[in-house]
Design a protein around this ligand. Structure first.
Ligand SMILES: [Zn+2]
Length: 223
């Protein structure tokens, strides 16, 4: 497919875009067309459709073509959790092209479909995670009652949101040795209580740190 500027097709009618998309589907004898297929065979490239209809899935919808078979009722939290896992594995913000199965549980199309664009999905994710910062800081402990059975104000478990917040705070690097999956994909990061929970440490941002699996094993013997 030829390289072309979006401006060139600014005056193309929606109907012509849709007609060409349908033609490609017919040629391929498929119920849906991928962006690559449109770019290879279409008169107009997929970026033109995304600009016009908001997303590739918006274009497919307009053309009455089948979308990805993602259940509509997939909870937002599930999509965020998957994003969190990928972000931690990479040790940095994931890129559009990296959101692919099986590395990601859901395709980037699922995120686009749900949030409009990949960027919007990232923005919603960040807002969701930032909320955790307020919930799990030392400041909020003041008003919390001590649970008699554990003698703690917090539970020992570090939830997935808090885990992410701590790692981001530590720039996805081990606080002990400085290694990160961003520079060495073999590195696996964990979040660890600075003052052990068994010794009265609470599960709050201020008492948590990022350690790699090697440094964490060395430390857990002391707990
Ligand atoms: Zn380490």
């Amino acid at each position: 497919m030829k390289f072309e500027l979006e401006e060139y097709h600014r005056n193309i009618k929606d109907d012509d875009l849709i007609a060409d998309l349908k033609r490609v589907a017919l040629e391929l004898n498929k119920a849906a067309v991928t962006r690559n297929e449109q770019d290879d065979r279409g008169k107009f490239n997929s970026a033109t459709y995304i600009n016009r209809f908001g997303s590739w899935f918006g274009a497919l919808e307009k053309a009455g073509l089948e979308k990805t078979r993602t259940p509509m009722n997939l909870p937002e939290e599930e999509l965020f959790q998957n994003l969190e896992e990928i972000w931690i594995k990479l040790g940095r913000q994931p890129r559009y092209a990296e959101i692919q199965k099986p590395f990601s549980k859901y395709s980037v199309g699922t995120y686009e479909h749900r949030f409009g664009t990949w960027l919007k999905a990232l923005e919603r994710f960040v807002a969701y995670m930032n909320n955790e910062v307020n919930v799990s800081s030392e400041e909020t402990l003041k008003d919390r009652a001590i649970e008699p059975s554990t003698k703690h104000k917090t539970s020992r478990t570090i939830n997935w949101r808090l885990r992410f917040v701590v790692m981001r705070h530590d720039n996805f690097k081990c606080k002990n040795c400085g290694r990160s999956p961003a520079t060495d994909p073999k590195i696996i990061l964990h979040v660890d209580h600075i003052k052990a929970w068994s010794k009265g440490g609470e599960t709050v941002l201020e008492n948590l740190q990022t350690l790699c699996s090697k440094c964490n094993i060395g430390k857990s013997d002391l707990e």
